[in-house]
Design a protein around this ligand. Structure first.
Ligand code: FES
Ligand code: FES
Length: 234
């Protein structure tokens, strides 16, 4: 039976071994413009005759971890996680499923009213964040003038509780837990409702190493130690 999945690779290999722009018989292939280029010359992107750019661009001005970026134009299809990684050099946000399911890639968007929420960067274009204020996992720890790093309480708690194994999901958990804790400071819950609040706050975060119990314990510890999160705290 023919392996359909390998056909494109086989064709590619054939092109590589016979020379780009030629078929197996040595005849010129369809890529005539490439054949017209001078040997060794860098290939220029095709520019349509109407003079427009080959892709649509959209504006982005965004504040990330207190630093303003832009204004700049980005490709309309550029996802925020690629903008963070490739344009801003912030590689802490993790690309997991890439389909909006695992929430490993979430960042925090801060709103003018003091509220905040997580947003999935693998399925959200960079342009969506135009004019917004964002926190990534790189924005939680504090570094003093001597370069000494102090982790945020939730980061320290995840370490203390051995919450993660590979750590791939951890940036997402840090951000989701931060949104949960800050939300509880604004709207405290009764102690009896805390477990449900933690579940609601972290339910979307998937950990392939199944560190849920220790993640949840760490978040509960931080909440109980954070003044103002529990209505009936003694
Ligand atoms: S990587 Fe974004 S939701 Fe999984
Ligand atoms: S610690 Fe490995 S995916 Fe969560």
């Amino acid at each position: 039976m023919t392996d359909v999945s390998s056909a494109p690779q086989a064709a590619s290999d054939a092109m590589a071994t016979t020379g780009a722009g030629q078929d197996m018989n040595g005849a010129s292939a369809a890529s005539a413009p490439a054949a017209a280029s001078a040997p060794g010359a860098p290939s220029a992107p095709a520019v349509p005759s109407n003079g427009k750019k080959p892709w649509e661009t959209l504006p982005v001005t965004v504040k990330v971890n207190g630093v303003s970026h832009g204004p700049m134009d980005v490709p309309a299809g550029l996802m925020m996680i690629d903008f963070l990684h490739e344009t801003l050099g912030l590689t802490g946000s993790r690309l997991g499923c890439g389909q909006g399911i695992c929430h490993a890639c979430v960042v925090i968007v801060d709103h003018a009213d003091g509220g905040c929420e997580t947003v999935r960067t693998c399925i959200t274009g960079a342009n969506y964040f135009d004019g917004k204020t964002v926190r990534t996992v790189e924005g939680h720890a504090a570094r003093d003038a001597d370069g000494k790093l102090t982790l945020a309480p939730i980061q320290q708690a995840f370490l203390d509780h051995f919450s993660f194994q590979c750590g791939y999901c951890t940036p997402g958990f840090v951000n989701a837990a931060t949104v949960l804790i800050e939300g509880l400071k604004r709207n405290p819950v009764a102690r009896a409702d805390l477990e449900a609040a933690i579940t609601a706050g972290l339910n979307d975060q998937i950990c392939r190493c199944t560190g849920y119990v220790r993640y949840y314990e760490a978040v509960r510890d931080v909440i109980l130690k954070t003044p103002g999160c529990i209505k009936d705290a003694k």
